[in-house]
Write a protein that binds this ligand. Sequence first.
Ligand SMILES: NC(=O)c1ccc[n+]([C@@H]2O[C@H](COP(=O)([O-])OP(=O)(O)OC[C@H]3O[C@@H](n4cnc5c(N)ncnc54)[C@H](OP(=O)(O)O)[C@@H]3O)[C@@H](O)[C@H]2O)c1
Length: 275
Amino acid sequence: MPCRPSDWAPGGLDRILPTPFRRPSPRCTNLVPERVRPALENTLKDLQLDYIDLYHIHWPFRLKDGAHKPPEAGEVLEFDMEGVWKEMENLVKDGLVKDIGVCNYTVTKLDRLLRSAKIPPAVCQMEMHPGWKNDKMFEACKKRGIHVTAYSPLGSSEKNLAHDPVVEKVANKLNKTPGQVLIRWALQRGTSVIPKSSKDERIKENIQVFGWEIPEEDFKVLCSIKDEKRVLTGEELFVNKTHGPYKSAGVRSLGSRELSSHQPSCMQAEEAQRR
Ligand SMILES: NC(=O)c1ccc[n+]([C@@H]2O[C@H](COP(=O)([O-])OP(=O)(O)OC[C@H]3O[C@@H](n4cnc5c(N)ncnc54)[C@H](OP(=O)(O)O)[C@@H]3O)[C@@H](O)[C@H]2O)c1
């Protein structure tokens, strides 16, 4: 089975990341150039592997060793994004990693990275579900040729959308479970998707998302869920309201108008609904 992000052409094969797909990320405390390779080497040793398919920058900030949650004064350190990325690129060159990517990036940070990157990120991973469509970032990645992976596609354990009445209604209509509808929604948007369950039955249920489609009218209904709220803002990880350097987590994003025409973006669906 093709596993590399470069095989996931837009509109190509459906993408739910298979279990053997190896996609760890260095801890925020290791986001300093000299720690990137040792961190990867430790991960390879732990996993007893020779290489990793996809290595992500987990969050675009660096924490001091032993940082608290939320961080105390002086625990959020300067992040040398370009230096860290260069080391990630070296891992690719040395065959230790097949592809490199980022998570939780903003458009500004992505463009800063792209200005110096010799190997552009293959993947950008972000929170994405009908309750946080993240259109602006999704469209920015598409425009820059970067594949998107949707994390927390069920809304996470905190905001489990499997119990949302709109999702339940669509699921009943299609004779599918709410979990399947949410995962299928992500695939139909053109992202790969990483649902998580601790239960065997649900893992089996969550993989039954191929060979059927959410019809356009129901896709639009799912897109119309109004209570847009990001669950994982990262606030407890990197915000110190008194001492900074991050005094808040920007949590709302309004959708971009620059839409590409070939993907069923939610914004397109919403606009179509308005017309
Ligand atoms: N890059 C990042 O910064 C980042 C951040 C967050 C998450 N992630 C990754 O994204 C993946 C998933 O994220 P997540 O765990 O936050 O959220 P999620 O997959 O959206 O939701 C997991 C929750 O949904 C429940 N669930 C699973 N299948 C279900 C189904 N069919 N019906 C109803 N409920 C179901 C699970 O409970 P049970 O276990 O009881 O089934 C669990 O409570 C993980 O691999 C995680 O590591 C990445």
